[in-house]
Design a binder for this molecule. Structure first.
Ligand SMILES: [Zn+2]
Length: 452
């Protein structure tokens, strides 16, 4: 390329020279007159003069550009160093956030803000620094400013959600989480926090929609989605019953039971409504199916109620029918012991309790044994023995929260101590239960952390 260009220049120069020589040799004369001045010259000399003038003009223009351009270049250099210092402040600020130094982070954030004048870069640092330094107002201001920027809006909403939760304003947190969900419905924290908030506020239908979206987008595993949906349906069934919509209540309970028969609460809900609707036989079937999956003392009570049987001896037969669906389970033996005790069949009661207790009977079984001995008028020493044993016996299964391990007297969908939804299971302390299939621990974390 260079050689070609040089060649062209040579050709142009040669042509120009030849043209100049040819012009200078032309005999023509030019005469100009201006206010008494008179110029006589040849055409060639005039042409050369013109070329020199043009060259001088171009040269002058280049010198002018160079002089005028210098301050601009200087300004550019100054801005460059300003931006560099801004970025350094930003980096140091982020490092301070990571190190948990709120005051230093805020100092660097202010510096970066001033030097960079680019809010999309510095707002997040400012917000995090303010949060770290405990300056809630400044943090809220920064998060709100992030909403203006399309790229930062989502992060701003996350910050505002956690700010609102920390301040105890659930309604506000919910509106921010809903906005975040509309922006990015595939982000796990959004799905989980929104679902938890809706469930805690009793917005069952909305929570179900969020859960469905979470399962569709693979943020929630299908199995977890299934059991949580069953719990939501139980709550919706309760709400429908309260509103006097018995048919809806029954339909929702049926759906919950079909989804998760291993949820004792689903079996109970459906059986209760069936008994209420006068469908005793259906209730018996439901309870038998539920018992086969997870037996529970409350199910045995409902079974007796559904049967309508009042004769104590015949009630043993009723319980025997139920127990036949899981004959070797502890609960089957305890239910039979209880029925035998009610019918004053001490030997039968003792036999079932011995099987249920094995070598290490739990508190409940020790107490039932004491009751058998007491009511059968055995020696007082035996009663005292069992009562003494009860004080050191292993604890029974109870409704335990898998998220915070708190115990509850009865089942509920939202844990009273940590607010988790659908985490109450029928379990013994310190175990994941001998009957329930091992389930994954609740993965829903309520308050999203903004520091990572
Ligand atoms: Zn809990």
């Amino acid at each position: 390329m260079i050689t070609l260009r040089t060649l062209i220049w040579f050709v142009v120069a040669a042509v120009a020279m030849l043209a100049a020589v040819w012009l200078a040799e032309q005999p023509g004369v030019v005469t100009a007159e201006f206010r008494g001045w008179r110029l006589d010259t040849s055409v060639g000399a005039l042409m050369v003069g013109l070329v020199v003038l043009v060259l001088l003009g171009v040269g002058g223009w280049l010198v002018y550009r160079w002089i005028m351009g210098a301050p601009g270049a200087l300004m550019e250099g100054w801005f460059d160093s300003r931006r560099r210092r801004g970025y350094r402040a930003l980096t140091q600020g982020l490092a301070a956030v990571a190190a948990g130094d709120g005051a230093e982070a805020q100092r660097q954030a202010k510096k970066a803000e001033k030097l960079l004048a680019e809010p999309s870069l510095t707002l997040l640092l400012s917000a995090q620094a303010a949060q770290l330094a405990g300056d809630q107002e400044a943090a809220t201001r920064a998060f709100n400013a992030m909403l203006e920027d399309e790229q930062m809006a989502f992060l701003g909403l996350r910050g505002l959600t956690s700010q609102a939760l920390r301040g105890g304003d659930q309604a506000k947190a919910l509106t921010y989480a809903e906005r975040a969900f509309r922006l990015r419905p595939q982000t796990p924290w959004v799905v989980h926090s929104l679902f938890d908030m809706q469930a805690q506020l009793g917005q069952w239908k909305a929570a179900q929609d969020t859960l469905d979206a979470g399962v569709r987008r693979k943020v929630v595993t299908p199995d977890r989605g299934r059991t949580l949906k069953a719990v939501l349906l139980i709550e919706r069934s309760r709400a429908a019953e309260r509103d006097g919509q018995a048919a809806d209540a029954l339909a929702l309970a049926r759906e919950a039971f079909a989804l998760a028969p291993e949820r004792i609460a689903a079996t109970e809900r459906l059986a209760e409504l069936q008994i209420k609707a006068g469908e005793g036989r259906r209730a018996l079937k439901t309870l038998e199916r539920g018992w086969a999956v997870v037996p529970h003392p409350d199910l045995a009570q409902l079974y007796l109620k559904a049967s309508g049987e009042t004769d104590p001896l015949k009630r043993i037969g009723v319980i025997r029918r139920l127990a036949a669906h899981k004959p070797d389970d502890i609960e089957s033996h305890v239910a039979l012991a209880q029925a035998s005790l009610d019918a004053s069949l001490w030997g039968e009661a003792r036999r079932h309790l011995e099987i249920a207790g094995g070598s290490n009977p739990t508190v409940r079984i020790c107490r039932l044994m004491a009751e058998v001995e007491e009511r059968s008028h055995a020696e007082q020493a035996k009663v005292h023995d069992w009562l003494a044993r009860a004080t050191n016996a292993p604890a029974d299964r109870t409704w335990r929260c898998s998220a915070c391990s708190a115990n509850h007297g009865s089942w509920r969908s939202v844990c009273e101590s940590c607010g988790s939804f659908g985490t109450l299971h029928w379990r013994a302390p310190g175990t994941f239960g001998q009957v329930l299939p091992p389930e994954t621990r609740a993965q829903l974390e309520f308050a999203p952390s903004t520091s990572n």
